[in-house]
Write a protein that binds this ligand. Structure first.
Ligand SMILES: [Zn+2]
Length: 145
């Protein structure tokens, strides 16, 4: 699936956040303070969650490479997807061409994805990312309306 098809598959912001919830938390976001699962996503600022247990407000991207990125999350999403589906063979220039970013940005993104996969987050990224990849590939047209 190329980036244009991918964008048609995930037209809304909500789907992007669902994807990252799966990739980063395996689908179950927990409070980063008390670890409760009784957390609620804000409708207007979907990256923010409020915890019903302790009142903590946190970003689902806290302490991840996505926290301060200025690159479109959908591009990140596609980069992770292609990296996983190419079994790590995705090159900087392929990524650069597909999502139309500078070589430097593509280089940085790939490096961060590799770092993520080498770090302690590896398991959740792999599990969450692979699961998403399967869902995306199972029925690529399901959500193109
Ligand atoms: Zn909490």
């Amino acid at each position: 699936m190329n980036f244009a098809e991918f964008q048609r598959r995930f037209p809304t912001q909500e789907e992007v956040f669902t994807y990252f919830k799966r990739v980063l938390y395996n689908g179950k976001v927990k409070c980063n303070h008390c670890h409760s699962e009784r957390v609620y996503q804000r409708r207007t600022t979907p990256k923010l969650f409020d915890c019903n247990e302790c009142g903590n407000t946190f970003s689902m991207f806290k302490d991840t490479v996505f926290e301060k990125t200025t690159t479109d999350l959908k591009k990140w999403m596609y980069a992770i997807y292609s990296y996983l589906s190419s079994e790590g063979e995705l090159t900087i220039s392929q990524l650069q061409r597909e999502i139309v970013v500078s070589y430097k940005t593509a280089w940085r993104m790939l490096k961060k994805i590799r770092d993520l996969l080498d770090s302690g987050e590896r398991e959740s990224i792999l599990k969450g990312g692979k699961k998403c990849q399967e869902e995306i590939e199972q029925d690529p047209l399901a959500q193109v309306r």
